[in-house]
Design a protein around this ligand. Structure first.
Ligand code: CO
Length: 134
């Protein structure tokens, strides 16, 4: 799959506002967007850090994907998002090579982006998101 670069790193945090404050204070991060995905039980903030982007993810409850991640592994890196030119094409190419893609077709992710997730077992334990910045 053709990739332009890393679009963002997704970090699981327990307290969104506290994490935003930490990134602003320590690394001069600037808030780019705030969003929530009710279907995923997640509140999120995207931060611009220099030329790169961090996505902070906080669960709205324990029985949510990020809530379970925090309970199991604690706060930290949740996923890596790659900027691909064509999410649908990426899914097709990956699936055709036998890779376990979680999303069979692109779905609406945070911040209005089209996304698809690749199973961590296919990428050495790293949940990998494919997004297109357009
Ligand atoms: Co993401």
């Amino acid at each position: 799959v053709r990739v332009r670069g890393i679009h963002h790193l997704g970090l699981a945090v327990a307290d969104l506002d506290d994490a935003v404050e930490t990134w602003e204070r320590l690394f001069g991060a600037r808030v780019e967007h705030r969003d929530s995905l009710e279907s995923q039980g997640v509140d999120a903030v995207s931060l611009l850090v220099g030329e790169s982007r961090i996505e902070l993810l906080a669960p709205t409850g324990e029985d949510t994907p990020v809530g379970r991640f925090l309970a199991r592994r604690g706060p930290g890196i949740h996923h890596v998002a790659l900027d691909a030119t064509d999410v649908e094409g990426a899914i097709e190419e990956l699936a055709a090579s036998g890779v376990h893609v979680i999303d069979e077709s692109p779905r609406r992710g945070l911040f209005g982006l089209e996304v698809a997730f690749v199973h961590p077992d296919a990428v050495h334990g790293v949940l990998t998101e494919v997004v297109s910045s357009g």
